[in-house]
Design a protein around this ligand. Sequence first.
Ligand code: 5AD
Ligand code: SF4
Length: 504
Amino acid sequence: MMKETKEATVDLKSVKSPKKTEDYAKYFQAPSLKDAKKRGKEEILVHYDFNIPEDMQNIGKGKRYHVRTYGCQMNEHDSETISGILQAMGYTSSDSVEDADVILFNTCAIRENAEDKVFGELGHMKRLKNNNPNLILGVCGCMSQEEKVVKKILKSYQQVDLIFGTHNIHRLPELLRDAMFSKEMVIEVWSKEGDIVENMPKLREGNTKGWVNIMYGCDKFCTYCIVPYTRGKERSRRPEDVIAEVRDLARQGFKEIMLLGQNVNAYGKDFDDIEYGFGDLMDEIRKIDIPRVRFTTSHPRDFDDHLIEVLAKGGNLVEQIHLPVQSGSTEVLKRMARKYTREHYLELVRKIKDAIPNVSLSTDIIVGFPGETDEQFEDTISMVEEVKYDFAYTFIYSPREGTPAAVMEDNVPMEVKKARLYRLNEVLARIGLEQNKKLQNQVVEVLVEGESRTNSEVLAGRTRTNKLVHFTGDKSLIGQYVHIKITDAKTWTLHGELVSKVEV
Ligand code: 5AD
Ligand code: SF4
Protein backbone atom coordinates (compact mmCIF):
# COMPACT_ATOMS: atom_id res chain seq x y z
CA MET A 1 0.00 0.00 0.00
CA MET A 2 2.77 2.41 0.85
CA LYS A 3 4.40 1.72 -2.46
CA GLU A 4 1.13 2.41 -4.23
CA THR A 5 0.87 5.74 -2.48
CA LYS A 6 4.30 6.73 -3.67
CA GLU A 7 3.68 5.62 -7.21
CA ALA A 8 0.56 7.74 -7.22
CA THR A 9 2.58 10.90 -6.58
CA VAL A 10 1.53 13.46 -9.14
CA ASP A 11 4.16 15.05 -11.35
CA LEU A 12 3.61 18.55 -10.09
CA LYS A 13 5.16 20.19 -13.12
CA SER A 14 2.24 18.96 -15.18
CA VAL A 15 -0.31 20.17 -12.66
CA LYS A 16 -2.73 22.85 -13.79
CA SER A 17 -4.38 25.29 -11.47
CA PRO A 18 -7.52 23.83 -9.88
CA LYS A 19 -10.49 25.90 -10.92
CA LYS A 20 -12.59 25.21 -7.88
CA THR A 21 -11.44 24.37 -4.37
CA GLU A 22 -13.27 21.02 -4.46
CA ASP A 23 -11.24 19.97 -7.49
CA TYR A 24 -7.93 20.04 -5.75
CA ALA A 25 -7.79 16.35 -4.87
CA LYS A 26 -7.65 15.50 -8.55
CA TYR A 27 -4.51 17.49 -9.06
CA PHE A 28 -2.51 17.15 -5.88
CA GLN A 29 -1.69 14.53 -3.36
CA ALA A 30 -4.20 15.57 -0.75
CA PRO A 31 -4.82 14.10 2.70
CA SER A 32 -7.69 11.85 3.71
CA LEU A 33 -8.43 11.03 7.35
CA LYS A 34 -10.37 7.97 6.21
CA ASP A 35 -7.35 6.53 4.39
CA ALA A 36 -5.11 7.49 7.29
CA LYS A 37 -7.19 5.31 9.60
CA LYS A 38 -6.50 2.14 7.63
CA ARG A 39 -3.78 -0.04 9.02
CA GLY A 40 -2.15 -2.26 6.41
CA LYS A 41 0.00 -5.32 6.94
CA GLU A 42 2.66 -4.13 4.51
CA GLU A 43 6.26 -4.47 5.52
CA ILE A 44 7.93 -1.23 6.52
CA LEU A 45 11.01 -0.59 4.46
CA VAL A 46 13.95 1.24 5.98
CA HIS A 47 15.84 3.48 3.57
CA TYR A 48 19.46 4.31 4.22
CA ASP A 49 20.14 6.16 1.00
CA PHE A 50 18.73 9.61 1.71
CA ASN A 51 20.60 12.33 -0.14
CA ILE A 52 19.93 15.77 -1.52
CA PRO A 53 19.85 15.69 -5.33
CA GLU A 54 22.92 17.41 -6.73
CA ASP A 55 21.03 20.19 -8.50
CA MET A 56 19.44 21.15 -5.19
CA GLN A 57 22.51 21.19 -3.00
CA ASN A 58 23.17 24.87 -3.63
CA ILE A 59 19.68 26.08 -4.33
CA GLY A 60 19.57 27.91 -0.99
CA LYS A 61 22.96 29.62 -1.25
CA GLY A 62 22.72 33.21 -0.03
CA LYS A 63 19.14 32.62 1.15
CA ARG A 64 17.64 32.32 4.60
CA TYR A 65 14.97 30.14 6.18
CA HIS A 66 12.81 30.37 9.27
CA VAL A 67 11.03 27.34 10.77
CA ARG A 68 8.30 28.00 13.33
CA THR A 69 7.38 24.96 15.41
CA TYR A 70 4.11 24.30 17.23
CA GLY A 71 3.24 21.37 19.48
CA CYS A 72 5.12 18.44 20.92
CA GLN A 73 8.74 17.33 21.05
CA MET A 74 8.18 15.06 18.07
CA ASN A 75 7.46 18.20 16.05
CA GLU A 76 10.46 20.01 17.54
CA HIS A 77 12.62 17.12 16.45
CA ASP A 78 11.06 17.06 12.96
CA SER A 79 11.98 20.74 12.72
CA GLU A 80 15.59 19.80 13.46
CA THR A 81 15.45 17.45 10.48
CA ILE A 82 13.79 20.10 8.30
CA SER A 83 16.50 22.60 9.30
CA GLY A 84 19.19 19.99 8.63
CA ILE A 85 17.85 19.40 5.12
CA LEU A 86 17.57 23.15 4.41
CA GLN A 87 21.15 23.74 5.55
CA ALA A 88 22.32 20.89 3.34
CA MET A 89 20.69 22.81 0.49
CA GLY A 90 22.79 25.86 1.30
CA TYR A 91 20.25 27.88 3.29
CA THR A 92 21.21 29.64 6.52
CA SER A 93 18.79 30.14 9.38
CA SER A 94 17.13 33.40 10.30
CA ASP A 95 15.67 34.23 13.70
CA SER A 96 12.95 36.33 12.17
CA VAL A 97 10.39 35.86 9.41
CA GLU A 98 11.10 39.38 8.11
CA ASP A 99 14.27 38.54 6.18
CA ALA A 100 13.56 34.89 5.39
CA ASP A 101 13.28 33.53 1.83
CA VAL A 102 11.62 30.33 3.05
CA ILE A 103 9.21 30.24 6.00
CA LEU A 104 7.88 26.89 7.20
CA PHE A 105 5.18 26.42 9.84
CA ASN A 106 5.52 23.00 11.43
CA THR A 107 2.04 22.66 12.90
CA CYS A 108 0.15 20.81 15.63
CA ALA A 109 -3.41 19.44 15.34
CA ILE A 110 -3.94 18.09 18.85
CA ARG A 111 -6.43 20.76 19.97
CA GLU A 112 -8.43 23.42 18.24
CA ASN A 113 -6.62 26.34 19.87
CA ALA A 114 -3.30 25.06 18.48
CA GLU A 115 -4.83 25.23 15.00
CA ASP A 116 -6.38 28.66 15.55
CA LYS A 117 -2.96 30.03 16.44
CA VAL A 118 -1.48 28.78 13.17
CA PHE A 119 -4.28 30.26 11.07
CA GLY A 120 -3.82 33.59 12.85
CA GLU A 121 -0.08 33.59 12.10
CA LEU A 122 -0.61 32.51 8.49
CA GLY A 123 -2.88 35.54 8.09
CA HIS A 124 -0.03 37.81 9.24
CA MET A 125 2.25 36.32 6.59
CA LYS A 126 0.21 37.87 3.77
CA ARG A 127 2.01 41.18 4.25
CA LEU A 128 5.45 39.55 3.88
CA LYS A 129 4.32 37.71 0.80
CA ASN A 130 3.06 40.96 -0.74
CA ASN A 131 6.44 42.62 -0.05
CA ASN A 132 8.44 39.71 -1.40
CA PRO A 133 6.68 37.62 -4.04
CA ASN A 134 9.65 35.22 -4.17
CA LEU A 135 9.12 34.23 -0.55
CA ILE A 136 8.13 30.56 -0.15
CA LEU A 137 5.61 30.06 2.64
CA GLY A 138 5.03 26.43 3.60
CA VAL A 139 2.82 24.54 6.05
CA CYS A 140 3.83 21.10 7.30
CA GLY A 141 3.30 18.92 10.37
CA CYS A 142 0.08 17.44 11.73
CA MET A 143 -2.39 20.05 10.47
CA SER A 144 -1.40 19.43 6.88
CA GLN A 145 -2.57 15.82 7.30
CA GLU A 146 -6.15 17.05 7.76
CA GLU A 147 -8.40 17.40 4.73
CA LYS A 148 -10.36 20.25 6.23
CA VAL A 149 -7.19 22.26 6.91
CA VAL A 150 -5.87 21.81 3.37
CA LYS A 151 -9.25 22.88 1.97
CA LYS A 152 -9.33 25.92 4.22
CA ILE A 153 -5.81 26.96 3.18
CA LEU A 154 -6.67 26.52 -0.49
CA LYS A 155 -9.76 28.63 -0.07
CA SER A 156 -8.61 31.42 2.21
CA TYR A 157 -4.82 31.42 2.49
CA GLN A 158 -3.55 31.83 -1.04
CA GLN A 159 -0.31 33.27 0.35
CA VAL A 160 0.74 29.66 1.12
CA ASP A 161 2.97 28.11 -1.58
CA LEU A 162 3.59 24.65 -0.20
CA ILE A 163 1.84 22.08 2.01
CA PHE A 164 3.53 18.81 2.88
CA GLY A 165 2.70 16.09 5.38
CA THR A 166 4.44 14.35 8.26
CA HIS A 167 5.40 11.43 5.97
CA ASN A 168 6.85 13.69 3.29
CA ILE A 169 9.68 15.48 5.11
CA HIS A 170 12.38 13.63 3.16
CA ARG A 171 10.83 15.02 -0.05
CA LEU A 172 11.46 18.63 1.04
CA PRO A 173 14.21 19.40 -1.53
CA GLU A 174 12.04 18.33 -4.48
CA LEU A 175 8.95 20.01 -3.02
CA LEU A 176 10.77 23.29 -2.48
CA ARG A 177 12.00 23.23 -6.06
CA ASP A 178 8.47 22.60 -7.28
CA ALA A 179 7.16 25.44 -5.14
CA MET A 180 9.80 27.82 -6.54
CA PHE A 181 8.99 27.07 -10.15
CA SER A 182 5.24 26.49 -9.90
CA LYS A 183 2.67 29.23 -9.91
CA GLU A 184 0.24 27.00 -8.02
CA MET A 185 0.14 25.84 -4.45
CA VAL A 186 2.18 22.62 -4.19
CA ILE A 187 0.58 19.97 -2.01
CA GLU A 188 2.01 16.59 -1.14
CA VAL A 189 0.48 14.80 1.80
CA TRP A 190 0.61 11.01 1.94
CA SER A 191 -2.21 9.77 4.11
CA LYS A 192 -0.66 6.34 4.43
CA GLU A 193 2.66 6.48 6.23
CA GLY A 194 5.88 6.28 4.28
CA ASP A 195 8.71 3.94 5.10
CA ILE A 196 11.36 4.81 7.66
CA VAL A 197 13.98 7.14 6.21
CA GLU A 198 17.31 7.03 8.03
CA ASN A 199 20.30 9.32 7.63
CA MET A 200 18.45 12.57 7.14
CA PRO A 201 20.60 15.48 8.33
CA LYS A 202 19.54 16.96 11.67
CA LEU A 203 20.40 20.33 13.04
CA ARG A 204 20.40 19.98 16.81
CA GLU A 205 20.68 23.11 18.88
CA GLY A 206 23.87 23.02 20.96
CA ASN A 207 25.24 19.74 22.24
CA THR A 208 23.67 19.42 25.67
CA LYS A 209 20.27 17.81 25.16
CA GLY A 210 19.36 15.74 22.13
CA TRP A 211 16.14 14.11 20.93
CA VAL A 212 16.20 10.68 19.32
CA ASN A 213 13.20 9.11 17.60
CA ILE A 214 12.75 5.46 18.40
CA MET A 215 9.42 4.99 16.64
CA TYR A 216 6.82 6.81 14.60
CA GLY A 217 3.03 6.75 14.60
CA CYS A 218 0.42 5.37 16.96
CA ASP A 219 -2.05 2.49 16.71
CA LYS A 220 -3.90 3.16 19.96
CA PHE A 221 -6.76 5.22 18.53
CA CYS A 222 -7.88 6.81 21.79
CA THR A 223 -11.28 8.17 20.82
CA TYR A 224 -10.39 11.86 21.34
CA CYS A 225 -7.05 11.83 19.58
CA ILE A 226 -6.09 12.86 16.05
CA VAL A 227 -2.49 11.59 16.24
CA PRO A 228 -3.06 8.06 14.81
CA TYR A 229 -4.50 9.78 11.72
CA THR A 230 -1.82 12.45 11.35
CA ARG A 231 1.20 10.31 12.20
CA GLY A 232 0.21 6.94 10.74
CA LYS A 233 0.76 3.43 11.99
CA GLU A 234 3.36 2.39 14.54
CA ARG A 235 6.76 1.88 12.96
CA SER A 236 9.87 1.22 15.06
CA ARG A 237 13.36 2.19 14.01
CA ARG A 238 15.75 -0.74 14.04
CA PRO A 239 17.54 -1.03 17.42
CA GLU A 240 20.98 -0.84 15.78
CA ASP A 241 20.05 2.50 14.16
CA VAL A 242 18.77 3.96 17.43
CA ILE A 243 21.80 2.75 19.34
CA ALA A 244 24.21 4.07 16.70
CA GLU A 245 22.56 7.50 16.91
CA VAL A 246 22.73 7.57 20.73
CA ARG A 247 26.40 6.50 20.62
CA ASP A 248 27.12 9.23 18.11
CA LEU A 249 25.50 11.84 20.38
CA ALA A 250 27.56 10.51 23.30
CA ARG A 251 30.71 10.90 21.20
CA GLN A 252 29.72 14.48 20.38
CA GLY A 253 29.51 15.23 24.10
CA PHE A 254 25.73 15.39 24.55
CA LYS A 255 24.79 15.29 28.24
CA GLU A 256 21.21 14.06 28.02
CA ILE A 257 19.03 12.33 25.47
CA MET A 258 15.27 12.06 25.20
CA LEU A 259 13.94 9.05 23.34
CA LEU A 260 10.80 9.95 21.43
CA GLY A 261 7.73 8.04 20.33
CA GLN A 262 3.98 8.56 20.54
CA ASN A 263 3.75 5.31 22.50
CA VAL A 264 7.29 4.17 23.29
CA ASN A 265 6.00 1.11 25.14
CA ALA A 266 4.86 -0.35 21.82
CA TYR A 267 8.45 -0.16 20.54
CA GLY A 268 9.39 -3.30 18.60
CA LYS A 269 5.89 -4.78 18.44
CA ASP A 270 5.99 -4.29 14.68
CA PHE A 271 9.22 -6.27 14.17
CA ASP A 272 8.47 -9.64 12.64
CA ASP A 273 12.03 -10.96 12.55
CA ILE A 274 13.13 -10.32 16.16
CA GLU A 275 11.58 -10.36 19.63
CA TYR A 276 12.75 -7.04 20.93
CA GLY A 277 10.86 -4.52 23.05
CA PHE A 278 11.35 -1.15 24.72
CA GLY A 279 12.80 -2.79 27.85
CA ASP A 280 15.48 -4.48 25.72
CA LEU A 281 16.32 -1.20 24.01
CA MET A 282 16.63 0.64 27.34
CA ASP A 283 18.82 -2.14 28.71
CA GLU A 284 21.27 -1.54 25.85
CA ILE A 285 21.13 2.25 25.97
CA ARG A 286 21.84 2.01 29.70
CA LYS A 287 25.34 0.84 28.82
CA ILE A 288 26.14 3.82 26.59
CA ASP A 289 28.27 6.52 28.15
CA ILE A 290 25.72 9.33 28.21
CA PRO A 291 24.81 10.70 31.65
CA ARG A 292 21.03 10.92 31.37
CA VAL A 293 18.42 9.13 29.29
CA ARG A 294 14.70 10.01 29.33
CA PHE A 295 11.79 8.91 27.20
CA THR A 296 8.39 10.17 26.28
CA THR A 297 5.60 9.31 26.04
CA SER A 298 4.38 6.07 27.51
CA HIS A 299 1.03 4.33 27.46
CA PRO A 300 0.06 2.59 30.72
CA ARG A 301 -1.41 -0.37 28.86
CA ASP A 302 1.89 -1.50 27.32
CA PHE A 303 4.17 -0.59 30.24
CA ASP A 304 5.53 -4.04 31.13
CA ASP A 305 7.39 -5.57 34.08
CA HIS A 306 10.59 -6.07 32.08
CA LEU A 307 10.77 -2.31 31.45
CA ILE A 308 10.23 -1.57 35.15
CA GLU A 309 13.01 -4.02 36.01
CA VAL A 310 15.40 -2.32 33.57
CA LEU A 311 14.49 1.20 34.73
CA ALA A 312 15.11 0.12 38.32
CA LYS A 313 18.76 -0.46 37.42
CA GLY A 314 19.09 3.35 37.39
CA GLY A 315 22.45 4.69 36.23
CA ASN A 316 21.80 6.91 33.25
CA LEU A 317 18.12 5.87 33.16
CA VAL A 318 16.61 8.68 35.20
CA GLU A 319 13.92 8.13 37.83
CA GLN A 320 11.28 10.14 36.02
CA ILE A 321 8.34 8.75 34.08
CA HIS A 322 5.67 10.59 32.15
CA LEU A 323 2.64 8.31 32.38
CA PRO A 324 -0.46 9.90 30.83
CA VAL A 325 -3.58 8.87 32.77
CA GLN A 326 -6.13 11.13 30.99
CA SER A 327 -8.87 10.38 33.58
CA GLY A 328 -9.25 8.72 36.97
CA SER A 329 -12.64 7.24 36.10
CA THR A 330 -12.83 3.74 34.65
CA GLU A 331 -16.04 4.62 32.78
CA VAL A 332 -14.49 7.68 31.15
CA LEU A 333 -11.33 5.69 30.33
CA LYS A 334 -13.55 3.16 28.62
CA ARG A 335 -15.20 5.81 26.47
CA MET A 336 -11.75 7.20 25.68
CA ALA A 337 -10.74 3.65 24.59
CA ARG A 338 -7.66 3.83 26.79
CA LYS A 339 -7.93 0.06 27.41
CA TYR A 340 -7.02 0.15 31.11
CA THR A 341 -8.98 0.72 34.31
CA ARG A 342 -8.30 3.02 37.23
CA GLU A 343 -7.24 -0.04 39.23
CA HIS A 344 -4.82 -1.24 36.56
CA TYR A 345 -3.20 2.20 36.40
CA LEU A 346 -2.86 2.40 40.19
CA GLU A 347 -1.39 -1.10 40.31
CA LEU A 348 1.16 -0.05 37.67
CA VAL A 349 2.04 3.05 39.72
CA ARG A 350 2.49 0.87 42.80
CA LYS A 351 4.84 -1.47 40.94
CA ILE A 352 6.86 1.45 39.56
CA LYS A 353 7.13 3.12 42.98
CA ASP A 354 8.16 -0.15 44.64
CA ALA A 355 10.88 -0.75 42.05
CA ILE A 356 12.13 2.85 41.74
CA PRO A 357 11.81 4.44 45.20
CA ASN A 358 12.49 8.11 44.31
CA VAL A 359 10.58 8.06 41.07
CA SER A 360 8.93 11.25 39.91
CA LEU A 361 5.70 10.80 37.98
CA SER A 362 4.06 13.27 35.65
CA THR A 363 0.95 12.90 33.55
CA ASP A 364 -1.54 14.26 31.01
CA ILE A 365 -5.17 14.81 32.00
CA ILE A 366 -8.22 15.75 29.95
CA VAL A 367 -11.23 17.29 31.71
CA GLY A 368 -14.72 17.69 30.31
CA PHE A 369 -14.66 14.63 28.08
CA PRO A 370 -18.17 14.12 26.59
CA GLY A 371 -20.52 12.89 29.31
CA GLU A 372 -18.01 13.31 32.18
CA THR A 373 -20.10 13.61 35.37
CA ASP A 374 -19.13 15.48 38.55
CA GLU A 375 -18.51 12.13 40.19
CA GLN A 376 -16.25 10.95 37.38
CA PHE A 377 -14.30 14.19 37.58
CA GLU A 378 -13.91 13.61 41.34
CA ASP A 379 -12.33 10.25 40.45
CA THR A 380 -9.68 12.19 38.54
CA ILE A 381 -9.06 14.44 41.56
CA SER A 382 -8.69 11.43 43.86
CA MET A 383 -6.34 9.80 41.34
CA VAL A 384 -4.10 12.87 41.45
CA GLU A 385 -4.17 12.82 45.27
CA GLU A 386 -3.34 9.15 45.36
CA VAL A 387 -0.50 9.09 42.79
CA LYS A 388 0.95 12.46 43.91
CA TYR A 389 2.16 13.61 40.51
CA ASP A 390 5.04 16.07 40.49
CA PHE A 391 3.63 17.69 37.41
CA ALA A 392 0.80 17.40 34.88
CA TYR A 393 -0.27 18.82 31.55
CA THR A 394 -3.99 19.48 31.82
CA PHE A 395 -6.42 20.12 28.99
CA ILE A 396 -10.05 20.83 28.33
CA TYR A 397 -11.34 18.26 25.85
CA SER A 398 -11.29 19.62 22.32
CA PRO A 399 -13.32 17.77 19.65
CA ARG A 400 -11.26 16.73 16.60
CA GLU A 401 -13.17 16.14 13.41
CA GLY A 402 -12.99 12.53 12.23
CA THR A 403 -12.32 11.03 15.68
CA PRO A 404 -14.98 8.87 17.41
CA ALA A 405 -15.37 11.23 20.39
CA ALA A 406 -16.22 14.14 18.11
CA VAL A 407 -19.64 12.58 17.46
CA MET A 408 -20.33 11.67 21.10
CA GLU A 409 -22.96 13.80 22.74
CA ASP A 410 -21.19 16.39 24.85
CA ASN A 411 -23.47 17.54 27.64
CA VAL A 412 -20.82 19.21 29.79
CA PRO A 413 -21.15 23.02 29.56
CA MET A 414 -17.94 24.97 28.88
CA GLU A 415 -18.19 26.82 32.23
CA VAL A 416 -18.23 23.46 34.01
CA LYS A 417 -15.21 22.26 32.01
CA LYS A 418 -13.34 25.46 32.86
CA ALA A 419 -14.22 25.17 36.55
CA ARG A 420 -13.00 21.56 36.57
CA LEU A 421 -9.70 22.54 34.93
CA TYR A 422 -9.22 25.32 37.48
CA ARG A 423 -9.92 23.03 40.42
CA LEU A 424 -7.66 20.28 39.04
CA ASN A 425 -4.81 22.73 38.55
CA GLU A 426 -5.23 23.95 42.12
CA VAL A 427 -4.92 20.41 43.47
CA LEU A 428 -1.91 19.75 41.24
CA ALA A 429 -0.23 22.95 42.44
CA ARG A 430 -0.75 22.01 46.09
CA ILE A 431 0.69 18.53 45.54
CA GLY A 432 3.51 19.91 43.36
CA LEU A 433 4.54 22.21 46.22
CA GLU A 434 4.35 19.39 48.78
CA GLN A 435 6.58 17.24 46.57
CA ASN A 436 9.09 20.05 46.02
CA LYS A 437 9.25 20.86 49.75
CA LYS A 438 10.69 17.39 50.31
CA LEU A 439 13.81 18.59 48.48
CA GLN A 440 14.37 21.57 50.79
CA ASN A 441 18.00 21.56 52.08
CA GLN A 442 18.87 18.57 49.93
CA VAL A 443 21.72 18.55 47.42
CA VAL A 444 20.60 17.61 43.91
CA GLU A 445 22.40 17.02 40.63
CA VAL A 446 21.49 19.64 38.01
CA LEU A 447 22.30 19.84 34.30
CA VAL A 448 22.69 23.56 33.62
CA GLU A 449 20.75 24.46 30.49
CA GLY A 450 21.15 28.22 30.22
CA GLU A 451 20.10 31.54 31.65
CA SER A 452 16.76 31.76 33.39
CA ARG A 453 14.05 33.05 31.06
CA THR A 454 13.15 35.89 33.38
CA ASN A 455 16.55 36.92 34.73
CA SER A 456 19.79 36.63 32.76
CA GLU A 457 21.79 36.88 36.03
CA VAL A 458 20.35 33.55 37.13
CA LEU A 459 21.13 30.11 35.67
CA ALA A 460 18.50 27.45 35.05
CA GLY A 461 18.87 23.70 34.91
CA ARG A 462 17.05 20.45 35.56
CA THR A 463 17.33 17.66 38.09
CA ARG A 464 17.26 14.00 37.09
CA THR A 465 13.54 14.15 37.88
CA ASN A 466 13.21 17.06 35.42
CA LYS A 467 12.51 19.73 38.04
CA LEU A 468 13.53 23.25 37.13
CA VAL A 469 16.25 24.72 39.39
CA HIS A 470 17.41 28.34 39.49
CA PHE A 471 20.71 29.40 41.04
CA THR A 472 23.39 32.05 40.68
CA GLY A 473 26.60 30.95 38.99
CA ASP A 474 29.09 31.61 36.26
CA LYS A 475 27.86 31.24 32.67
CA SER A 476 30.73 28.83 31.98
CA LEU A 477 28.65 26.26 33.88
CA ILE A 478 26.09 26.12 31.07
CA GLY A 479 26.09 22.60 29.63
CA GLN A 480 27.74 21.19 32.78
CA TYR A 481 26.51 19.08 35.68
CA VAL A 482 26.56 20.76 39.11
CA HIS A 483 25.46 19.98 42.65
CA ILE A 484 22.97 22.45 44.02
CA LYS A 485 21.69 22.77 47.58
CA ILE A 486 17.97 23.59 47.49
CA THR A 487 17.23 26.62 49.66
CA ASP A 488 13.71 27.49 48.56
CA ALA A 489 11.09 25.17 47.08
CA LYS A 490 8.31 26.85 45.09
CA THR A 491 5.38 25.19 43.34
CA TRP A 492 7.02 24.69 39.95
CA THR A 493 10.62 25.82 40.57
CA LEU A 494 13.39 25.14 43.04
CA HIS A 495 15.93 27.77 44.07
CA GLY A 496 19.35 26.83 45.35
CA GLU A 497 23.04 27.50 45.86
CA LEU A 498 25.94 26.06 43.94
CA VAL A 499 27.82 23.43 45.95
CA SER A 500 30.23 22.03 43.37
CA LYS A 501 30.79 21.05 39.77
CA VAL A 502 30.23 17.37 39.00
CA GLU A 503 32.67 15.41 36.88
CA VAL A 504 30.76 12.92 34.73
N1 5AD B 1 -8.56 17.33 23.51
C1 5AD B 1 -7.83 17.65 24.61
N2 5AD B 1 -6.65 17.10 24.90
C2 5AD B 1 -6.16 16.18 24.04
N3 5AD B 1 -5.02 15.47 24.05
C3 5AD B 1 -4.99 14.68 22.96
N4 5AD B 1 -6.10 14.88 22.22
C4 5AD B 1 -6.84 15.80 22.87
C5 5AD B 1 -8.10 16.41 22.62
N5 5AD B 1 -8.81 16.10 21.55
C6 5AD B 1 -4.04 15.54 25.13
C7 5AD B 1 -3.87 14.18 25.82
C8 5AD B 1 -2.52 13.74 25.32
C9 5AD B 1 -1.80 15.06 25.16
C10 5AD B 1 -0.60 15.01 24.29
O1 5AD B 1 -2.79 15.91 24.61
O2 5AD B 1 -3.84 14.39 27.20
O3 5AD B 1 -1.86 12.88 26.21
FE1 SF4 C 1 -3.19 9.85 20.96
FE2 SF4 C 1 -3.80 7.76 22.55
FE3 SF4 C 1 -1.91 7.50 20.62
FE4 SF4 C 1 -1.39 9.00 22.77
S1 SF4 C 1 -1.79 6.76 22.78
S2 SF4 C 1 -0.97 9.55 20.61
S3 SF4 C 1 -3.41 9.89 23.23
S4 SF4 C 1 -4.10 7.86 20.34
